[in-house]
Design a protein around this ligand. Structure first.
Ligand SMILES: Nc1ncnc2c1ncn2[C@@H]1O[C@H](COP(=O)(O)OP(=O)(O)OP(=O)(O)O)[C@@H](O)[C@H]1O
Ligand SMILES: [Mg+2]
Length: 244
């Protein structure tokens, strides 16, 4: 696969009586980490849902390399090399940790033996191999989130979209996650788009940031630029800086 750029061009999404995204454009290249931040309800999850075909676009196009994603179903977006995790974890609770991760490879048409091998490698990488036979349901919240990321990676995506992967993790878990995520772009040749409210994590992990407020882009650039941007400061202070 040669896709090296995930491009979101002029995308709007409308729900009844609400424009959740308003002409948003942004791009993620393979090899880089882009942070998507903004106050609650600013449209971050909706943007990931738009990329993965979970919501319809009112305007704009989304492409991964030469592949137009905007008309595809979620399953076909995944087959085109774009995988995600969910803000509210969606594991197969009655399946083991190993089976959950395997499922990510099987969905991509990988043969069972190869899927198992891939899953075991990922579980080792994520420090979860000892829990391979435990049921998804029995895991701590932080472990569930890591299994979900490992499952997304089992599909060997070119672009990985993570919706608040550190939510519910303690400081030590977040630190481990930061380390794991920071290695992904180079090691796996993928582009990472990450949403999180943990600004310490975001500022340290991301090459660039894109800031939304009320569905619109209010700033983009590196951490220093975004942190001191008046519109960003206002957006966060206006909606409660404590959650920023
Ligand atoms: N399926 C839906 N139907 C109707 N309204 C929706 C739907 N999904 C999201 N919204 C609304 O769209 C806006 C943007 O929501 P979104 O979930 O994208 O925000 P967010 O930036 O991810 O917020 P948070 O930080 O709380 O996760 C909100 O006003 C939300 O209530
Ligand atoms: Mg969200």
């Amino acid at each position: 696969m040669t896709e090296t750029r995930l491009a979101i061009n002029d995308v709007s999404v409308e729900f009844t009586g609400l424009r959740a995204l308003d002409h948003v454009s942004l791009a993620v290249e393979t090899g880089e980490v882009v942070g998507l931040i903004g106050p609650n309800g600013s449209g971050k999850t909706t943007l990931i849902n738009a990329i993965t075909g979970q919501v319809k676009l009112a305007t704009g196009t989304i492409t991964a390399g030469d592949t137009v994603l905007s008309s595809l179903k979620p399953r076909d977006v995944a087959l085109a090399g774009v995988s995600r995790s969910f803000q509210i974890v969606r594991l197969f609770n009655a399946m083991t940790v190993l089976e959950n991760v395997e499922a990510g490879a099987l969905a991509k048409g990988v043969a069972r033996a190869a899927a198992r091998e891939r899953a075991e490698t990922l579980l080792t990488e994520f420090g979860l191999l000892a829990k391979a036979d435990e049921l998804g349901d029995s895991l701590s919240y932080g472990d569930k989130r890591r299994v979900e990321i490992a499952r997304a990676l089992a599909a060997e995506p070119r672009f990985l979209l993570l919706d608040e992967p550190a939510a519910g993790m303690n400081d030590a878990e977040t630190e481990t996650l930061l380390h794991t995520l920071s290695e992904l772009p180079e090691k796996r040749g993928l582009g990472l788009l990450i949403i999180d409210h943990d600004m310490g994590l975001i500022m340290r992990l991301c090459d660039r940031l894109h800031v939304l407020a009320s569905g619109r882009t209010i700033a983009e650039g590196d951490a220093a630029h975004v942190r001191s941007h008046p519109a960003v400061i206002e957006a966060y202070l206006g909606k409660g800086a404590a959650h920023a």
